[in-house]
Design a binder for this molecule. Structure first.
Ligand SMILES: [Zn+2]
Length: 306
């Protein structure tokens, strides 16, 4: 008995020391794109450890399922991605090695496209023509209301995974959504001058932004999402723009520049690169700064003084 007590007196302080370390373990969030990593950080604060699988300079349609990504996904507690086939070329490979809690339908599997209203949903799913948006447009984060919707679901999921900190996630979502809602009002009034303005895009990455701001897409350099511009398509587009010109030609950093520069030269319409996500340029360091920057650049091309 005495020996047992001696043993426990050695062991127990160790246990007491170890136990809190377990209860304070951070929730590991695997975010497929930088916007979701930024959102997870907003909602989870110090209680989450966030990993972003891609950078703002990469095209999330085309990522290689590297062993380092597979290993990160295997250790994750929650997966937060755009969904709707954006990550179809790499996420299924990562999921093969991930835990059952990360599989579709589980608490740790959160696809933004599953919880927001999608744009450009085709009547019939058809991948045969190489369209990389077979389930609708997956670039949902550029409507800031969608970020609030996903943030709310994310707070619920984090609470389910880490019940001890449920009130913290709820409070952090409340704080984020009130700050973001105020910012949205400001962005909407700043962007009022852009309403109805005709734009040409390279890829349909900015569809939700254009829809939110009430701008008008009058052309797309890609004949179909993911299909590089062809000479005949560009010629037709040029013809169309001669009778109804656009105000600006928009592309993301990961889009090739040759077609938009060619069209800009032919039409005299300015071509701009907009940050597509957090980290897209030096001024777009978080979700708030991203929209500040995008709207600032669009106003600038429209001749509005900052
Ligand atoms: Zn796309």
């Amino acid at each position: 008995m005495k020996r047992l007590l001696t043993f426990l007196s050695i062991l127990l302080p160790g246990l007491l020391f170890v136990a809190p370390a377990f209860s304070f373990a951070k929730v590991k969030v695997f975010a497929c794109e930088p916007e979701w990593a930024a959102l997870a950080q907003e909602i989870g604060g110090e209680k989450v450890e966030v990993f972003a699988a891609t950078s703002a300079m990469q095209d999330p349609h085309y990522i290689r399922a590297r062993p380092s990504l597979i290993s990160r996904a295997r250790k994750a507690d929650l997966l937060l991605c755009s969904g709707a086939s954006l990550e179809i070329g790499w996420l299924p490979i990562l999921l093969q090695k991930a835990s059952s809690d990360l599989q579709p339908g589980s608490i740790g599997y959160l696809m933004a496209a599953d919880v927001v209203t999608m744009l450009e949903v085709p009547v019939v799913v058809d991948r045969s023509m190489g369209d990389v948006h077979p389930e609708g447009n997956p670039h949902v984060h550029l409507n800031p209301y969608n970020l609030m919707t996903v943030g709310k679901v994310l707070a619920d999921r984090l609470s389910g995974i880490d019940a001890e900190n449920a009130s913290l996630y709820k409070d952090r979502y409340g704080d984020f959504s009130s700050r973001f809602r105020a910012a949205i009002s400001r962005w909407e009034s700043e962007a009022a001058v852009l309403k109805g303005k005709p734009v040409v895009v390279h890829h349909k990455s900015f569809a939700y932004l254009i829809d939110w701001l009430g701008m008008k897409r009058v052309g797309t350099l890609e004949p179909k999402p993911g299909i590089p511009p062809t000479t005949s398509h560009l010629k037709n587009l040029l013809q169309k723009l001669r009778s109804g010109p656009a105000d600006v030609i928009i592309r993301a950093h990961s889009d090739p520049d040759d077609s938009s520069e060619w069209l800009s030269e032919k039409t005299g319409t300015r071509a701009v690169v907009l940050p597509y996500t957090v980290g897209g340029d030096e001024q777009s360091g978080d979700l708030f700064a991203l929209f500040d920057r995008i709207i600032g650049l669009l106003r600038e091309t429209n001749g509005v003084q900052q």
